[in-house]
Design a protein around this ligand. Sequence first.
Ligand code: PBG
Length: 332
Amino acid sequence: MCKSYPNTRMRRNRSSKFIRNLIRETSFSADDLIYPIFILPGKNKEEPIDSMPGKKRYSVDKLVPILGKLHKKGLNAIALFPVVGETKKSQDAEEAFNPKGLVQTAVKIIKKEYPDLGIITDVALDPYTLSGHDGLVDKNGYVLNDQTVKVLTKQALSHAEAGADIVAPSDMMDGRILAIRNTLEKNKFHNTKILSYAAKYASNLYGPFRNAVDSSTNLKDSSKETYQMDFANISEASLEISLDINEGADMIIIKPGLPYLDIVSKIKNKFSIPIFSYHVSGEYSMIKSAALKNYIDEKSSVLEAMYCFKRAGCNGVLTYYTPEILEWLDKK
Ligand code: PBG
């Protein structure tokens, strides 16, 4: 039997709120959110981020009460990004694995205060290198793979020792997941999870982040295209992800967010591993700027974006909009 108009009227199931609720195919809640936060050394510091209107960088003492309030509203996990200052940057990025470094200290303090809050740390050297690159560079400025992996491994171990629940390598070096996994196992961190930025594209949407962590001045005109993926590629993402799964990743990130949902959807159908998407700084700033000019409605546009991530197959999303979303969900 051919089911067609008027037997089938697609608008019947859209005619009132309750039926729309009943047939909704994806759900979204506070549990799906990871809040990326920029942290500063020192005390009592709070600085606005010019490239990300409405967002700030905080010293850890200032951050703790903020996290307390958000945690009460359902904040489930955070991702920490340090801004260490020029004096802590070096050629060999040793500060990255300093047990008393900014990230390591922050993890200890936050974990003690809120043991149930998931803490994700970034494993990459860009906050610590003079070049602003995610790895160590040779005299020609080429990012060295195997030497970098050694440092990343020490960095990841120092995060695990501080109490990080999840270490998230965002550097795109080859073989780093295996090296980190072996080190974590050897040191009995059997439950420390690895969230691999398995498919991270050399995107133009990271600009505001580089300004927020102060790596843009160091990076100058240099690009990350010798390690991050070409945005024209999709098959390559499958290969990257299968390698990281084999090396021991527990979860993966596809980054950036909305313009890359085709990758999420493809990967979701191919691998049974949790997938997260990073709604990156440029995406935040685009929505924010349009909202500030009243060109779009901020709340409904952001919530729509979150459903799009879920519809594409993401288990969760890293988004700078987390505090605002928690507030909106609270009031619903
Ligand atoms: C670098 C890193 C970047 C982001 C997270 N980790 C920037 C880069 O690769 O240059 C970008 C996040 C964002 O734009 O919000 N390890």
